[in-house]
Design a protein around this ligand. Sequence first.
Ligand SMILES: [Zn+2]
Length: 200
Amino acid sequence: MNSPPRAPFATLIFLFLTLGALLAGPVVVLDPGHGGVDNGARWYGVAEKTLNLDVAKRVERLLKARGIPVVMTRRTDTYVTLDQRAAIANRHAGSIFVSIHFNAHTNRTIKGIETFYVSNRGRNLASAIQRRLARRIRTEDRGCKRHHYAVLTKTRGVAALVECGFISNKWECDRCNTTWFRDILAQEIASGIAAYYNAR
Ligand SMILES: [Zn+2]
């Protein structure tokens, strides 16, 4: 009697890891925009990169408290290219990528929150986040928009980019520059991500 062919050890390991990843669910990749030499927007002495990192770390804590695995594209004030950010997301099959930014405009009366996406799945993720932010926060609801940002198009999983407010608007900048307000932003972003994560 012939013994069945033995699957190569590497194949077994691969199947085991894939099964493990499927059972564990996807990873959320949080991407605090800019960093290091790249300040992002800078108004009234407030650098966008600092706000982005602070909100992302708050979202990370809230998601981990819900048992959702999180990977960060940066944890410190360092410069990470858009390709590197997408590569981190693409290392995790089926990842849910959320890039966190604050906005600016030369017209300083413009204010509000908006969330961007590229794919249809990205739109579901973006609207889960935008809906909650718009419901909780008193500012202009600028809605969800399709925009081919490089960091979104280079990411293979589902992806969204949230613009948490215009720091070129003095009123909105002052608010975004407080920890209590960034905590509210983080609560709603985390709630939106968790809703998408659990409904997928
Ligand atoms: Zn930005």
